[in-house]
Write a protein that binds this ligand. Structure first.
Ligand code: AMP
Length: 190
């Protein structure tokens, strides 16, 4: 199995690139944000809970997120490998992911991070908000809070994977094709 954590702040392009890479490398793409939005759309209990955090630009609590991620992985136990998009976002989530991979006699092979400057992120997300229909893209304060939450809780995961020699930073500015090319150069070495 090849298991990749596609990493970066909100608006870095994780979702766009995961869609391309999952086809190219025949991996299952799991986006925790997408699973939360699916639950919100279907008005589940999980959706209602997640929405109360997402609308403020805050992270959904770890226990809820970890249980959901585990269920998604287990639904795809015959996968060739996974691209995790938007997970892990805290150290507790990274530990849970490591344990889950171990249970499957596997591991995370790499964290590949899309590096993009904050002001570019804000511009991209405001632009996306014109068509995404996402409440959290529609308001600049919420966008800035999501980026702040990233620095408070998520950015430390770079060091977490660096310690394991699994961190690869990639320039996240350019055309979609250029960025796919940069990511592929990393994935091809795994
Ligand atoms: P995303 O689609 O990755 O931008 O995520 C949208 C929102 O969903 C985030 O701002 C969080 O509120 C929530 N979310 C997604 N993934 C996670 C996660 N791994 N941990 C906690 N909250 C998450």
């Amino acid at each position: 199995m090849t298991n990749i954590v596609l990493f970066g702040p909100p608006g870095a392009g994780k979702g766009t690139q995961a869609e391309v890479l999952k086809e190219k490398y025949k991996l299952v793409h799991i986006s925790t944000g997408d699973v939360f939005r699916y639950n919100i759309k279907n008005k589940t209990e999980l959706g209602t809970l997640a929405k109360s955090y997402m609308d403020k630009g805050h992270l959904v609590p770890d226990t809820v997120t970890i249980d959901m991620l585990q269920a998604e992985v287990k639904k795809n136990s015959d996968a060739n490998g996974f691209i995790f998009d938007g997970f892990p976002r805290t150290e507790a989530q990274a530990e849970a992911l490591s344990n889950l991979m171990e249970q499957m006699d596997s591991q995370i092979n790499a964290m590949v991070a899309l590096e993009v400057e904050d002001e570019v992120l804000v511009k991209r997300l405001l632009e996306r908000g014109k068509s995404s229909g996402r409440a959290d893209d529609a308001n600049e304060n919420v966008i800035r809070e999501r980026i702040a939450e990233y620095y408070r809780k998520t950015d430390i995961l770079k060091a977490y994977y660096q310690k394991q020699d699994k961190y690869y930073g990639v320039n996240g500015v350019g055309s979609i094709d250029e960025i796919t090319q940069r990511l592929s150069e990393v994935v091809d070495t795994l």
